[in-house]
Each structure stands twice: as C-alpha cells, then as structure tokens.
Design a protein around this ligand. Structure first.
Ligand code: C2E
Ligand code: CA
Ligand code: CA
Length: 566
C-alpha cells in the first residue's frame, strides 16, 4: 500500500552521484585552500618589499617598484579574491548539503502520507524509549492499531477518501498522544503507538485507549462523504505479570505480541482492545494448524457427510435427512463443523468444501427412496455469489439428482447482508424446484416484514428454544410464541434438537411439525443410513409400501408402518 512519492528514486540516484561529485569537489577545495594560503604568504612576502617601494616612489624619494614584483603582487590579490569567493561558496554548499541530508533523513524516517514515524524509525525510537524507561522502573506499552473494514471504505468511496481517512486517523491519534508517546504508521491501515507508563498502572494505558476510541467514534466528514471508522487494538507491555519492568523485552517482541492481541480483538468482533496473553499465541498456532489441515483435507477429501433423520411428528414417519459435515483429521482429530465451517468461510474455501460434500450427498441420496428429501446447510457467504444458483443446478444435473428432493437451509444472518440478492437467489432456486428453509429461526434479528417478503418453504425453530420445552412452563410459552409467528407467516415448521420423550410430548401439544434431534438417533454416516433404510424398505430400488417399518416416535418406539398416517 505504501508507495514512495514520485521523484524519490531520482533523488536517491542523485544522492549517489552527488557523493561522487562531493569527493572530487573536496579535492578541488583542498587545492584551492592550498593556493589561497600560498597566495597569502606570497602576498605578505612580495607586499612587504613592493608596498614600501611604491610608497617611497609616491613621496618622490625612491625608484619605482620592480614590475615583476608588482605583477606578482596583483596575481596574489587575484588569488586571494578567488580563495575568498571559494570559501563563501563552500559555506553555502555545506548549508545546502545539510538541508538535503535532513530531508533525506525525514524521508527515510516518516510516513509520506501522514507524516508519522514509519515502521523502521519507530523501532529505533521505541528501543531508545525502552532503554530510557527501564532503569527508572517504568514500563512501555505498545499499541497495535488496525482500522476495521478499511478495505470497504476504500472500495466504496475511492482511494482519495481512503487516504483522507488515514490522514484524519493519524491526526486524531496524534491529538490524544501524550508528550512522551510515539506514533507510527506501519503501512496500510495499521498504526502503532508507544506509551511509557508507571509499572503497576496499566490503567494509564487503559484511559489512553478510552480516549482513542472516543475520538474515533466521531464520524469523519469529507466533501460529499462521511465515514464512520472503528479500530481494533492489541496491547503488549514491558511490564511482566508480577508488575516489574521486563528487561528482556525488545520492541520486536512487543510488536509481535501486540499484533497477536490485535488479531484476537478482530476475531472477537472488532472495535475493541485486548492485552496480549500467552494463550492467544497458542490459539493462533492452533488456528494456523487448522487452516493448513483444512487445505490438506480438501485435497485429500477428508470431509464426509453425516445424516440426521427428519421426522413427521404427527405420523412418526421418516421424511428425509439433513446432511451435516464431519471431519476426522488424521493429524488434528475430530473437529466439529462449528469450528471448521467458519474458518473455511474466512479462508474463502467454503464453496469448494460445500461442493465436495454436496456431490457425495447427491450420490448417497440417490440410493434412498425417492420420497425422502435431502436438506443441506448453505453458508451465507455462498449466497453472496450471484452464480450460486447456477452452480447448484449444474451440480444437480451432473449427478442426476431431482431438484424437488433438495432443501437448502439458510440462516437468518444472511438476510442482513443483501436481502435483494437473497430474494433473487431463493426465487431462482424455487423456480427450479429446490425448496428453501430458514434455519435457526429465532436466533437472528430479522423483522417480520423481511421474513414476509422472502418466499421460504419452511422455518426451523432453533434447538436452543426446543431444549427449553423439557424444563418448565416458560419454555413452552416461548416456543408457542415462535410457533404462532411461523403460523402467522403461514409457513410449515420443523423443530430441531428434540432430545427426549418429554420435549417431544410438549412439542406435540403445540401444533403439527416436522422434527429432528438426538431422540431419533445421532447423525450417522451413509453406511448406517443405508442399513437403516434397508430394514425399513426405503432404499431406492424397493417400493416403500412393500415392508412394514419402524414408527419414529423414538428409537425404542413401537413398531408399525412408517407411513401409518398416510
Ligand atoms: P444446524 O444446521 O443447526 O445443525 C444441527 C446441529 O444440531 C448439528 O450439529 C446436529 O448434530 C445438532 N443436533 C441435532 N440434534 C440435536 C439434539 O437433539 N441436541 C443437540 N444438542 N444438538 C443436536 P453439528 O453437526 O455440530 O452442526 C453444527 C452447525 O454447523 C450446523 O447447525 C450448521 O449450521 C453447520 N454445518 C454443519 N454442516 C454444514 C455444512 O455442510 N455446510 C455449512 N455451511 N454448515 C454446516
Ligand atoms: Ca441446519
Ligand atoms: Ca439449525
């Protein structure tokens, strides 16, 4: 991001050729100095004999001066004038050179856009500050400051607004900086601030950070734009955990630690600050291991689909399965999707991962009875891709899987991003026969208006509400309220997380639903699903009504026709 101002390279080149010129000039200056000194000595010599001759001749008591000596004297005078001029030139040259050196130093030590120190100069300045503070038993804190979503500001408003944001940020940070503090722009939208403080008083640093957040909370105004800019801050200090100044800390270690703490602040939702803690380093290492593991897992096809049964609670019959991703890493062990899905999203590989699972799931589900549906979870990020619907339909065709049997589950969180695009996506999927459910209903903040405007085929009440049904009356009231909301929207409902008989009984009192949960068994791999379906006569090549099968009021439920209510 950081660029040298144009002309810097030429200046650097000029500086080099200047150096060569300087040494030549210095040699010449030495000769000029020698000539001038010799001229002065000769002037004294010739002057002392010629001048009295001239004086005597003027008052008419002697002969005229020797012409050769007069000429030598005149030459001496010329040489002295030459020396004097050269001396003056030299003084001017030295002043010029000093100025050039000063601006070269400034160029090397400051950030051209904001005028703050740069990455290189803050290191030496901070090392000097640490060396000065430590003997006084004082500590130094390093704040690593990174603007949140700066790329978005740049993309939406252009780079000149981006530059103004950086400039204003630097001005604001500078305005609250204590006299003995340092401020640097490290590059891009990253700043660092170094603050000395009394050991045992990290509150001084805390109050400084409070001032930073306060000043940054004021929106920035430009000609026709205004931007609200927040920042994430990581802090590391030379004060160790027993409150003493740690003499082993260098600025490089502090920067590394503050960077980790800043990254932690970003992960925890941005616009906040964290002090470095060694556990963060472990967490970061684990995360790096996970990222590497996910890349390997993608190439080695380690992600596999598991299936959770979905039941019509009224009839007790099996209606289909929800596919849930599983990853048993040879290096890292079994990692739950709640961990690896968000990381895959951040790494930008969620579409690839999802496609790998969908392909396997389509092939698996083709072996089931054609009445059984397949539900799959789709990340909100995938919906951001305007080609998602096309890609999915292509996949369906390639695997010869009927769109009517597929149900996409999206969470409420995706509705906040770009509701128009989500609406288009849902509509084009529905036109092809794919159904779309709203997952984890009740946990997001979508308005009724938003929900009404989107043509969902089904809503799934989040399992956190269903669990409450096992506890007390208030749990029943909450689910009842959510159910009424769904009914008001006139959309069928699935209850997820049915864990026991009691929850199931309470749920059944509230209306007609589909349901799923550990009460019906844990999610299982396809080999188990196939065995289950075989005993129920629900494999693709068999007619479902040929055999009697299990009643799905529970694992241990009474046996009967799986379609008893049909
Ligand atoms: P979800 O879509 O809400 O999936 C249901 C989760 O609840 C699953 O957890 C399932 O194992 C668990 N569950 C099912 N019945 C019960 C129950 O009775 N009690 C309790 N306590 N939990 C139950 P899992 O498999 O860990 O998945 C967690 C989340 O990860 C899913 O939540 C879904 O949002 C996401 N996920 C899973 N697979 C995929 C995938 O292939 N793609 C995407 N984008 N997300 C996925
Ligand atoms: Ca789901
Ligand atoms: Ca869910």
């Amino acid at each position: 991001m950081e660029t040298l101002p144009s002309g810097t390279i030429t200046k650097m080149f000029n500086a080099k050729t200047d150096k060569q010129g300087n040494s030549k000039r210095a040699e010449r200056d030495l000769i000029a100095l020698g000539i001038a000194v010799a001229a002065i000595i000769m002037f004294v010599g010739t002057g002392s004999s010629v001048l009295p001759q001239i004086a005597r001749n003027w008052i008419g008591v002697g002969e005229g001066p020797d012409t050769i000596l007069v000429n030598a004297l005149l030459l001496n005078i010329a040489l002295i004038i030459f020396g004097w001029r050269r001396y003056n030139e030299l003084i001017a040259e030295i002043a010029e050179r000093k100025k050039a050196e000063e601006s070269a130093r400034l160029l090397a030590e400051t950030d051209p856009l904001t005028g703050c120190l740069n990455r290189r100069s803050i290191k030496s300045a901070a090392d000097a500050l640490i060396a000065q503070q430590l003997p006084q038993e004082r500590a130094v804190a390093l704040l690593m400051i990174d603007l949140d979503n700066f790329k978005l500001v740049n993309d939406l408003n252009g780079h000149s607004v981006g530059d103004s944001v950086l400039l204003q940020t630097a001005e604001r940070l500078n305005a609250v900086l204590p006299e003995n503090g340092l401020l640097a722009r490290l590059g891009g939208d990253e700043f660092a601030c170094v603050l000395p403080f009394e050991t045992h008083h990290p509150d001084i640093v805390e109050s400084h950070i409070a001032r930073i957040f306060e000043t940054m909370a004021v929106p920035m105004n430009f000609d026709s734009h205004s931007a609200e800019v927040s920042m994430s801050i990581g802090i590391a200090s030379t004060e160790n955990d027993i409150g003493q100044a740690d003499r082993t800390q260098s600025i490089s270690t502090l920067m590394h630690q503050a960077d980790i703490a800043m990254y932690h602040a970003k992960k925890r939702g941005k616009n906040r600050h964290f002090w470095f803690d060694p556990s963060m380093e472990k967490e970061l290492r684990f995360r790096n291991d996970l990222e590497a593991g996910i890349r390997r897992a993608l190439s080695r096809q380690e992600f596999v689909p598991y299936y959770e049964q979905q039941i019509d609670l009224e009839t007790g019959s099996l209606t289909g399965f929800e596919m849930l991703a599983r990853w048993d890493s040879p290096e890292l062990g079994s990692i739950p999707p709640t961990i690896f899905i968000p990381i895959a999203e951040e790494m930008g590989v969620i579409a690839e991962l999802s496609e790998m699972l969908l392909k396997q799931a389509f092939e698996d589900a083709k072996e089931w009875h054609s009445d059984l549906t397949l539900s799959v979870n789709i990340s909100p990020l995938q919906l951001d891709d305007s080609w998602f619907a096309q890609r999915l339909l292509k996949l369906l065709v390639a695997h010869n899987f009927p769109a009517q049997r597929l149900e996409i589950e999206v969470t409420e969180s995706c509705l906040h991003e770009n509701i128009g695009m989500v609406r288009n996506m849902i509509t084009s999927l529905k036109n092809q026969g794919v159904k779309v459910s709203l997952d984890d209903f009740g946990t997001g903040y979508s308005s009724l208006g938003q929900l009404r405007s989107l043509p969902f085929d089904r809503i799934k009440i989040d399992r956190s509400f269903i669990r409450e049904l096992g506890d007390d009356e208030s749990g029943v009231k909450i689910v009842d309220a959510i159910v009424s909301l769904g009914e008001g929207l006139n959309i069928p409902i699935t209850a997820e997380g049915i864990e026991d008989e009691r929850i199931l009984a309470n749920l059944k009192k509230l209306g007609k639903f589909k349901g799923q949960g550990y009460h019906y068994g844990m999610p299982e791999p396809h080999s188990h699903v196939k065995a289950r379906l075989a005993t129920m006569g629900l494999l693709a090549d068999r007619r479902p009504d040929d055999e009697s099968s299990e009643n799905f009021d529970g694992e241990q439920g009474s046996r009967g026709s799986h379609r008893e209510a049909n």
